[in-house]
Structure formats: structure tokens, C-alpha cells
Write a protein that binds this ligand. Structure first.
Ligand code: SIN
Length: 313
């Protein structure tokens, strides 16, 4: 009932982790692979390992989370070695996702050249939207830079590739970014990364709750669902149909998942709530989404995917 088509691939269900949550180590990724998630994505890798920002750098909040991790990761080779071994263990399964993030344009190219020349045959996610590295603006808020990176990347990269985007808040920006993305053979767009540079204050101590960047960090969870849905819908209605959408942001329940699918997503990533509940969340989300589909008389996700209704006179 929950199978979903994503480009040439089919997954048992649309759920997976959002990069950054439960995917730093091989042990965590193995737990995801063994869970009831339809797929999983690795932590965004940089060329060299990174410690990331000082702690506390991730705090669960009543309505979500705030983080400024700063891309801590074990480095490209750690994840690529694992990915190549893992794909050999599951030769008939639809591929999992491999996330990379860079500090500059040259590093993006180095990362993707290494993946291109490797034995990895899965799907690569290029993270253009980390809001948490001090002094480094989010690439995907610079439209010209995004276009020039993608032009460079697609001059040599021939494996399946998607991009992870930050949220946009202006219809003109949806139009401009969609025009750029439509020029390239992207497999997908993942909307959204955390809502960057939010500030949460502890009411008892009058202090910020995370240490890096004086408390400024990316917001996730229930706070951001309406923004995430708007971004999924805006890109679904603007991108060419070959570009699939991964919906990320505010998925706590089957109803949240249903709404992302209704807006046009084909896969769904869960970050904040996975951090709160652990990988057992995927069994719950599968049950809740199935129950909603049954109640509405749907047999397949494609029966309602993208079919959000407008209010007409
Ligand atoms: C981080 O490591 O700071 C989070 C990654 C991201 O938001 O892209």
C-alpha cells in the first residue's frame, strides 16, 4: 500500500531519515537499514572529517528543535567505503542516499568527482543549504552561485543527483530557483533544510539554548511544517516532472506525511521527530499513514500524491 515511485526506483514506503539525524556512524545507519524506513541517507560528508561546532549544539524543544551542528562528520571516505560495501549487500534493493556538503565550490567539485569515479551507484544528495557553519552563507540563497555550481557539476557527474534546499519565503524566489533547477538533469529536490538562524530563549535563565553563533541555529519540527509544505508545493508546481520532490520538515505523524504527499512529495524525510523517538518511529508512521489512506479509500500513494485541492468559487 505504501510503495512509492521515485524516478526509476520503487521503495516499500516513503519514509527515511533527514541527513544529520541518526546517520553519523555506521552503527546508526545500520539501525536505519534494519528499521521500517523505506530508505536512509548518510550524514552530509565533507572531504575531511569535521568535529563541528561546540556543544550544546542540538536541543529538542516542545514544538521542534534548534541546532547548530556545524557539519560534524567522519569525512567522505568513511561514508563512501560504507556505502560501497552496503550496496554490495543489497544488490536488488532500490539504492539509498549519500549526502555531501562543502565549504566552497572547489570542495563540492572534489566530493562529486570522487563519487563519480567510485563504485557507488546509489543516489547522491548535494546539500546546498547548511545554515550552521560560521562565516559560510547558504549556497542556495545565492542563485547565481547555485547555477554555476550545477553547471560545473553536470559537466562531469552522470550518477543520480538531487539537491537539498533551504526554505524560500517569496514567490519570486520559488520562480527564480525553479527556473535554474529546470535547466539541469536533477533527479530530485529535497525541501526543506532547517529554517536557518532562529533564536530560542530559555525563559528561566534568560539565555540562549545552544552555544554556537550566540544561540542562532536551524529550526526543525512542528514549527516549520507550513513552510515545508509551501516549499514542496511551490517546487512541485514549478519543476519539470522528471524532478522528484523529497518533503522534509515537520513530519511527526501520518497526517503530516499525508500532507507532504498531497503537496507532491514522493519521499519523506524525518529529522527532529526521529531524534526524539529513534528508528521505531518508522513503524508508527507507516501505520498512521496506512490508516489515513484506508479511511480515505486510497490504495496507492499515487492515487492522491500532488492532488492538493484549491478553493474555487
Ligand atoms: C549541521 O551539521 O549543521 C546541519 C546540517 C545541515 O543543516 O545541512
Amino acid at each position: 500500500m505504501l510503495t512509492t515511485n521515485f524516478g526509476p526506483y520503487t521503495y516499500q514506503n516513503p519514509f527515511m531519515n533527514a541527513s544529520g539525524v541518526h546517520c553519523m556512524t555506521i552503527e546508526e545507519m545500520e539501525e536505519l537499514a534494519d528499521s521500517q524506513a523505506g530508505s536512509f541517507v548518510t550524514k552530509s560528508a565533507t572531504v575531511a572529517p569535521r568535529e563541528g561546532n561546540p556543544e550544546p549544539r542540538y536541543i529538542d524543544l516542545a514544538l521542534g528543535s534548534i541546532n547548530s551542528m556545524g557539519l560534524p562528520n567522519r569525512g567522505l571516505d568513511y561514508y563512501l567505503d560504507y556505502a560501497i560495501k552496503k550496496q554490495a549487500e543489497m544488490p536488488h534493493a532500490s539504492p539509498f542516499f549519500f549526502s555531501v556538503a562543502a565549504m566552497n565550490v572547489e570542495e563540492n567539485i572534489t566530493l562529486l568527482k570522487k563519487i563519480q569515479s567510485s563504485a557507488f551507484e546509489g543516489i547522491t544528495e548535494l546539500n546546498l543549504s547548511c545554515p550552521n557553519v560560521p562565516g559560510k552563507p547558504q549556497v542556495a540563497y545565492d542563485f547565481e552561485l547555485t547555477a554555476s555550481i550545477l553547471k560545473n557539476v553536470f559537466s562531469f557527474f552522470t550518477k543520480p543527483l538531487g539537491v537539498k534546499l533551504p526554505p524560500y519565503f517569496d514567490l519570486a524566489h520559488f520562480d527564480q530557483m525553479a527556473d535554474i533547477l529546470n535547466q539541469f538533469p536533477l533527479m530530485y529536490v529535497n525541501s526543506v533544510n532547517s529554517v536557518g538562524n532562529a533564536l530560542f530563549i530559555d525563559p528561566d535563565t534568560d539565555t540562549v539554548v545552544i552555544k554556537p553563533k550566540d544561540g542562532f541555529g536551524g529550526l526543525g519540527g512542528a514549527y516549520i511544517k507550513p513552510t515545508a509544505l509551501a516549499n514542496v508545493r511551490a517546487f512541485y508546481t514549478r519543476l519539470k516532472p522528471e524532478i522528484n520532490i523529497i518533503g522534509t520538515g515537520g513530519i511527526l505523524t501520518g497526517q503530516d506525511a499525508y500532507e507532504h504527499l498531497l503537496c507532491g512529495a514522493s519521499m519523506l524525510q524525518v529529522g527532529t521527530q526521529l531524534h526524539k523517538e529513534g528508528p521505531a518511529i518508522f513503524a508508527r508512521l507507516n501505520q498512521e499513514l496506512s490508516a489515513i489512506m484506508k479511511a480515505k479509500g486510497y490504495q496507492h500513494i499515487d492515487d492522491f500524491r500532488g492532488k492538493l485541492q484549491s478553493i474555487t468559487d
